[in-house]
Design a protein around this ligand. Structure first.
Ligand SMILES: Nc1ncnc2c1ncn2[C@@H]1O[C@H](COP(=O)(O)OP(=O)(O)OP(=O)(O)O)[C@@H](O)[C@H]1O
Length: 177
């Protein structure tokens, strides 16, 4: 089976999203999907994460620092995941025939069984998926994706992050579907 999906992994903050954004700029093809972006307050303190559509027209909350007085089921570390807001924004971006960017498939997103289900379907469709995934995690779905024969895994680190972009770009340009 030929490889036709791209998984980009690496430590937190190494530059995965930056590479995906550069790929989207460079590829001359319709692209849908979403990025995950940090949200910082006026003092530059990180307060959470948003999901943003690739065309940047739609934004939704993924997580915010949790209120210790509120007892939420959906927390990762100090962050509370806003499940409905996340699903309302992210699930819509997965639809369509275009090349698909999913940045990222991580622990916070795994609270959504709808999201997990949709991701599994996306990798079975006739479209190219470019997804970012954590380097080390106990997420079954991510481990399964890494083992798929039709997925090519690229590992980003500080040494290669300035040139691996070209390698990934050439790989995508050669995919025939
Ligand atoms: N090649 C690079 N050289 C220098 N700084 C970079 C490079 N790539 C990314 N950065 C910087 O590192 C920070 C994190 O980048 P980015 O959000 O792309 O990482 P990430 O791996 O997607 O992070 P996360 O794990 O939080 O999703 C940003 O401030 C970005 O400007």
């Amino acid at each position: 089976m030929s490889k036709r999906h791209v998984l980009i992994t690496g430590l937190p903050g190494v530059g995965k999203t930056t590479i995906v954004k550069k790929l989207c700029k460079e590829l001359q093809t319709p692209i849908s999907g979403f990025y995950t972006e940090e949200v910082r307050d006026s003092k530059n303190v990180r307060i959470g994460f948003d999901v943003v559509s690739v065309d940047e027209s739609t934004r939704g909350v993924l997580a915010r620092i949790s209120d210790p007085n509120k007892n939420s089921k959906y927390t990762i570390g100090k962050y509370q995941v806003y499940l409905t807001e996340f699903e309302d924004c992210a699930l819509l971006q997965l639809q369509g025939p275009d090349l698909l960017v999913i940045d990222e498939i991580g622990k916070m997103e795994m609270f959504s069984s709808k999201f997990k289900h949709e991701i599994e379907l996306c990798f079975k469709q006739d479209r190219i998926v470019i997804a970012t995934v954590p380097l080390k995690c106990n997420i079954t779905l991510v481990e399964q994706l890494k083992k798929r024969e039709d997925c090519q895994l690229f590992t980003v680190d500080k040494q290669n992050r300035n040139h691996i972009f070209q390698e990934i770009l050439q790989f995508i340009k050669k995919i025939n579907i």
